[in-house]
Design a protein around this ligand. Structure first.
Ligand code: ATP
Ligand code: MG
Length: 391
């Protein structure tokens, strides 16, 4: 039985336009794989014998999204962007960048793709498959297998190592033994990749992984983690421990690699992400006890990191005395745990002639917050002004 891949109407029309102009055109890439595993997530990419400038001429609205690699974005009437890439072959690769040539056949185009399950093509008009490397078999068996000689393919582009791990974890598949041997032999060579690409793979991979632990274990056993996420003395192997109930890549990294900030910096994460990681690192992992007072003081220190820390504490089983329930209760009662929630502001204290702008004002507000954390009933304008006037 030959399965069929549903192809969206606008993509079909683009394909038909190219075919009518005499250019062989096929549906290719990850969308074909995803359709066959029953998890359609992305638009169907087209591969065509038409050179890029012909694709640009045949359609009214195009965007040269990756023209140097032969990719033209074609806009449909609803403004949807669909990628059309000219059949191409890699001529020269240095493990990071590739130079391509056009004017090759579909089979040559499929041969430069990374894994057999990513190297299938479907022709929706002729209802025809092209699957020169047995991708359908591998997909049915649940195997990630390199197209051709795995070691050679990884030397051409080390990112393929990370992609192999990602696909295996996303679908819960095995990595073919020869491909795995090449992964292990070259795992440390991923150190030559740019941090941005590695970061992207961690983020995509953890978001999509069926069981995030499986992906972390693969990063560890392949040698990739040794280069990009070196473990500290307190870090446990991913295979031990709980199954995290989140796919948040930063939180997962914090769970396996504390403190997380150095890792986020190595991966060249954004300032927002680094700040989030630092917030997690610098706060105690839990309050000293589950009393409302201790929990309020802890929340004041945790600030915006509180929810992340609660999740991490659950994963680390540091929550059994019920303090996380008390966190919710403090919030439900609306008790102040930040300066901004105090019944007086710095401006009030200045207007009342109690303080002047500057460092002293900050110290005073901190003292008021401390009083409110000890006893939430202090949090009225009257009582706080009285407290502020005390020496
Ligand atoms: P996803 O979009 O889920 O990451 P994908 O397989 O669609 O998976 P893309 O990066 O969108 O990945 O690439 C589309 C296709 O291009 C792939 O299916 C594969 O055929 C080919 N490809 C992508 N990256 C590489 C690579 N590094 N080496 C060889 N072929 C690749
Ligand atoms: Mg894709």
């Amino acid at each position: 039985m030959t399965p069929e891949v549903p192809v969206p109407e606008p993509v079909l029309r683009i394909l038909a336009t190219l075919e009518d102009a005499g250019h062989e055109t096929w549906c290719v890439g990850g969308a074909i794989r995803d359709a066959l595993v029953g998890d359609p997530q992305q638009d169907v990419d087209l591969a065509t014998s038409a050179p890029p400038e012909v694709v640009q001429r045949l359609f009214r609205r195009t965007i040269p999204v990756g023209i140097e690699h032969g990719t033209v974005g074609v806009l449909d009437e609803h403004g949807g962007l669909h990628e059309v890439t000219t059949f191409r072959a890699d001529v020269q690769t240095d493990g990071r960048h590739a130079e391509v040539v056009f004017g090759v056949s579909l089979d040559e185009d499929l041969a430069r793709r990374d894994f057999t399950v990513n190297a299938m093509a479907w022709h929706p008009i002729r209802r025809e498959w092209r699957d020169p490397f047995g991708g359908r078999d591998d997909l049915t068996r649940g195997v990630v297998r390199a197209v051709g000689d795995a070691a050679q393919r990884f030397r051409e582009d080390r990112l393929r190592i990370l992609r192999a791990l990602r696909f295996a974890a996303r679908f819960g598949w095995q990595i073919d033994p020869d491909t795995w041997a090449a992964v292990v032999a070259q795992g440390r060579e991923t150190g030559h990749l740019s941090a941005e690409r590695v970061r992207e793979e961690w983020w995509k991979g953890m978001t999509a992984a069926r069981d995030p632990r499986a992906l972390m274990s693969l990063w560890e056993s392949s040698g990739v983690a040794e280069v990009w996420l070196p473990a500290g003395p307190a870090d446990q192997p991913a295979s031990t421990g709980i199954v995290p109930d989140s796919h948040d890549p930063l939180l997962l990294l914090s769970y396996w690699r504390a403190p997380v900030e150095p890792h986020l910096r190595r991966l060249k994460c954004s300032g927002v992400e680094i700040a989030r990681g630092r917030g997690i690192d610098r706060c105690p992992v839990r309050p000293s006890d589950a009393s409302p007072k201790s929990v309020r003081h802890w929340l004041a220190v945790a600030g915006p990191a509180a929810d992340d820390l609660v999740t991490l504490a659950r994963w680390r089983e540091l929550h059994t005395d019920g303090w996380t329930t008390e966190v919710a209760a403090v919030r439900a009662r609306g008790e102040a745990t930040t300066r901004g929630e105090l019944a007086v502001t710095g401006d009030d204290l200045i207007a009342e002639g109690i303080a002047e702008r500057g460092r002293h004002l900050g110290v005073l507000l901190e003292r008021l917050l401390d009083a409110v954390l000890n006893d939430p009933s202090c949090n009225t304008r009257e009582r706080l002004l009285r407290l502020a006037r005390e020496p």
